[in-house]
Design a protein around this ligand. Structure first.
Ligand SMILES: Nc1ncnc2c1ncn2[C@@H]1O[C@H](COP(=O)(O)OP(=O)(O)OP(=O)(O)O)[C@@H](O)[C@H]1O
Ligand SMILES: [Mg+2]
Length: 177
């Protein structure tokens, strides 16, 4: 029976690809005090993703820290806006704690300021309008970001679009009550 099951699994993998839903690049694209962010691939839907994860094997996270992480995913799930990466999925198990997001190609604004120096006024205005629009959408849905800073803004390689990330300490109106 076991052999029969394994052969079905192998045939399935040959036909549909890897059994793992997500594969990740080793190199992190961001690491804060809390989690780390890696680029990866959704093998079922064949698209890039970004995964923010806590590793419970490396460090024991308190119940409050785990709840903060779950809240980040739930907060983002309330939002749908062209300048906020979508949350696609979550994986909360004893071995793994991760949020799967739309991957945004580009660099955060802190890296751009440090690499390129002052930004053209027209471009800065464009990014400011996009982030303000993202915040307006969040506020209409009862979400306050509370951590607006260059590290939490990603600019695409053509420099045309700014995305607001990191709802890690955001508050939603219901939870603030
Ligand atoms: N969806 C994404 N696509 C591409 N890069 C991302 C994405 N989300 C985050 N990043 C990159 O990873 C970095 C860290 O992400 P984020 O700010 O969410 O984590 P953090 O600061 O470690 O979080 P926390 O404050 O919750 O500890 C960002 O500055 C950005 O460069
Ligand atoms: Mg951050």
């Amino acid at each position: 029976m076991v052999g029969y099951g394994a052969s079905i699994k192998n045939r399935w993998i040959r036909r549909h690809g890897r059994a793992d839903r997500y594969t990740f690049e080793e190199q992190e694209i961001g690491a804060g005090g809390f989690g780390k962010v890696r680029r990866g691939r959704d093998n079922s839907l064949d698209r890039c993703i970004a995964a923010k994860s806590l590793d419970p094997i490396l460090r024991a996270f308190s119940e409050a820290e785990q709840e903060r992480f779950r809240r980040e995913a739930r907060t983002l799930a309330k939002l749908s806006h062209p300048n906020i990466p979508a949350v696609y999925d979550v994986n909360f198990t004893p071995e793994k704690f991760e949020i799967i997001f739309q991957f945004i190609e580009g660099q955060n604004l802190r890296a751009i300021i440090e690499g390129n120096g002052p930004t053209q006024v027209g471009l800065a205005r464009q990014w400011f309008q996009q982030i303000a629009s993202a915040l307006e959408h969040a506020h209409k849905n009862g979400v306050i970001h509370r951590d607006i800073k260059p590290e939490n803004i990603i600019i695409t390689p053509d420099m045309q679009t700014a995305y607001l990330v990191d709802f890690g300490i955001a508050l939603s109106a219901e939870e603030a009550k």
